[in-house]
Design a protein around this ligand. Sequence first.
Ligand SMILES: [Zn+2]
Length: 243
Amino acid sequence: MKALNGNLTKNGLTVEHNHNGCRHNGAELELIENIGDNHHFTNINTPLRKDAFDLDEDTKIDLIEEHFAEIMSIMGLDLSDDSLKGTPRRVAKMYIKEIFSGLNPLNKPEITLFDNKYGYHEMLIEKDITVHSNCEHHFVPIIGRAHIAYIPRKKVIGLSKINRLVQYYSKRPQVQERLTVQIANELRKALQTPDVAVIIEADHSCVMMRGVQDGNSSTITTQYCGQFENADIKSEFLRLLGR
Ligand SMILES: [Zn+2]
């Protein structure tokens, strides 16, 4: 196993680590803590490297397995123990195939649209969609629900596709605000209508388990687009949600 900083070669592919060896000065350390605790984010797009998908998934799993084993041993865990032995492999597979599978555009759900044959032009709401995501600042779960509404024009969407889109964007290291906007933008594009609203309410493990350790607070984010910016339509949406 190579050192954590420096280049790592696997199956002939080189992954460059632009890491400075983790020696941060006082100001940098303070900034790292502040960004995490304030859940500050800088970009509506998930920040990805240009070469994000140059490595295939199997290679990524092998590399993460090696590095996660190193993290566990640094913490002092005995990886020869039967219970811990397989953990680095399990974590690596879970990251790539499950909880962060939404990073890979190949996993984006195919959206099928249908003609709006019934001429339904009222609001349609899909509520209580399960959100399982992870905070990009602490890599611990964000668990919540999404409520989505749109006003159909010429096309309608298969309802389960809305859930799948929510899942796809959730399965990334995320910030709740970004997740909300990414889902709204995708739906506006897919449904060819600006009239979309997204509400997400979620509990953040990083707020509950560490830092301020508040197990009672939750976070609500909203994105109202098109007709949903109109106060009457917005309150109709909230009324139907039981707010
Ligand atoms: Zn966090």
